[in-house]
Design a binder for this molecule. Structure first.
Ligand code: UDP
Length: 450
């Protein structure tokens, strides 16, 4: 699919958040909203990414753009399209920024030509919409190539990178070599952690802004037990395994079908250490239906690998593990199903091998679920080990994962205390007020400079 699309977003009043915040936080937010209205009275703010559905960036834009629009500022969301050759290059960049090759392809002149040609076809459409003096947030490698033309147009451009690795290696260096000339024209760069930024990023214009979640979105809103049961046990979700159990304990991982999320590793750890877990424990691995995320070309392959792995497990492990494919045609239904699965679980796992920031960690934390997650990237900031969750020091350590699960599954008191701390951690650090305030501060600095 090529061509720029405008994603329609219904404004939502920011006051909706107020009951969750202290009076001081409400006051601070109101002051920044007033500042935003003043700064942006004659300007628009544009977000540009490459998918309106699936993955953390789309998840966040749906709610942040809605809240920002609810304050009366003019904020818009554009999605650039591409053919499979473009997304093969950008997925390669995504993988290499996380320290793995992804595929055997190169990030050479041919890859650059593919990348440039796709954005060149859409550049004029974007430039027609954006006016001089507007602010533009370009998200991830897929849109970095728009920084120069937008700057030439007179816009103020921030490139926001949602991925990264704490320690740079040959793969990250190769990806950053590709991206550097595309990113350098941006006025500012935003990362989820400072360590993700390559050393050539101008530190004066580097901002660290972690993601946030919306407690009132279909993904996170309260659901009663009957609704949870109805959504979890609805027909057609399970693609491998028996229907989901009605009783017992459930360990869940929800992720896109991306090798770096290591769904297969979770399955293997579960099967290898089945006897160490309480005998009523089931594993549920849930991801979006494989064709559902436009900019993720590897999903079908990764799901197929997981299904293959599942089929090769001993019968005892197959009886207690279930692979789910959650339909993506209705985004709200998808979100409510994920919400229900997270609420229904006893423990939520995120065994990522690399992670910029995992919304799939923050979402169950908000729901007061205890999480066991790899100590990689942004997850290290999200979870305080032993307090608001358990961090797995080595993400490849299946035995370690099983030990952490076994200990939590056997201790309801600890699960409850950890869930409570997790909820507070999200309330204090990962709601939209903090996120929007950081944007307003950056806009003020960019406009001051201009
Ligand atoms: N997600 C979803 N349906 C699925 C699988 C994932 O809605 O079947 C959502 C998940 O709830 C989260 C987002 O996709 O909101 C994933 O964001 P995260 O930051 O964890 O990782 P990313 O996919 O951006 O790498």
């Amino acid at each position: 699919m090529t061509g720029v699309q405008v994603v329609p977003v219904e404004p939502v009043a920011l006051q909706r958040l107020a009951p969750l915040l202290t009076p001081e936080r409400v006051e601070r937010l109101e002051a920044h909203v007033a500042e935003a209205r003043r700064l942006l009275a004659t300007r628009s703010v544009w977000n540009v990414n490459s998918t309106a559905r699936g993955g953390g960036v789309a998840e966040m834009l749906h709610t942040l753009v809605a809240y920002a629009a609810g304050t009366g500022v003019d904020v818009r969301w554009l999605v650039v399209g591409g053919e499979s050759d473009f997304f093969a290059v950008t997925k390669r960049l995504h993988n290499r920024l996380h320290g793995v090759p992804g595929d055997a392809g190169a990030l050479d002149a041919a890859a650059r030509a593919t990348y440039d040609a796709t954005l060149a076809r859409q550049r004029d459409q974007v430039l027609e919409l954006v006016r001089p003096g507007d602010l533009v947030l370009l998200h991830d490698p897929q849109t970095a190539g728009l920084a120069q033309p937008l700057r030439d147009r007179g816009a103020l451009v921030a490139w926001r990178c949602h991925v990264g690795l704490d320690e740079h290696d040959e793969w990250t260096r190769e990806a950053w070599g590709f991206l550097r000339p595309l990113v350098e024209p941006a006025h500012a760069c935003i990362f989820s952690r400072e360590s993700f930024a390559p050393d050539w990023v101008d530190r004066r214009w580097l901002r660290v802004i972690p993601p946030s979640l919306d407690p009132f979105s279909p993904k996170n809103t309260d659901l009663d037990d009957r609704e949870v049961a109805r959504l979890v046990h609805r027909e057609g979700l399970v693609v491998e395994g028996a229907p989901l159990p009605v009783d017992g304990k459930v360990v869940l991982q929800v992720s896109r079908w991306d090798r770096l999320k290591d769904m297969a590793g979770v399955l293997e750890a579960f099967a290898d250490h089945l006897d160490e877990l309480p005998s009523d424990t089931h594993l549920v691995l849930a991801g979006p239906e494989a064709s559902g995320v436009a900019d993720d070309p590897e999903a079908a392959e990764v799901l197929a690998e997981c299904r293959e792995r599942w089929r090769s497990l001993p019968a005892a492990a197959r009886e207690r593990s279930h692979l789910l494919s959650v339909p993506m045609d209705d985004l709200e239904a998808n979100a409510r199903t994920v919400n229900a699965l997270q609420r229904w679980s006893t423990v939520v796992v995120q065994k990522s091998l690399a992670e910029g920031f995992g919304l799939t960690v923050t979402e169950p934390m908000w729901k007061a679920r205890p999480v066991v997650a790899s100590a990689v990237g942004g997850i290290r900031d999200q979870v305080e080990d032993g307090v608001s969750g358990v961090l797995l020091r080595d993400p490849r350590d299946g035995a370690g994962l099983a030990r952490a699960l076994s200990s939590l599954l056997g201790d309801a008191g600890r699960r409850e205390a950890m869930g409570r701390a997790a909820h507070l951690r999200v309330r204090d650090h990962y709601l939209a007020d903090r996120h929007l305030i950081q944007y307003v501060e950056l806009f003020a600095q960019l406009l001051g400079e201009a």
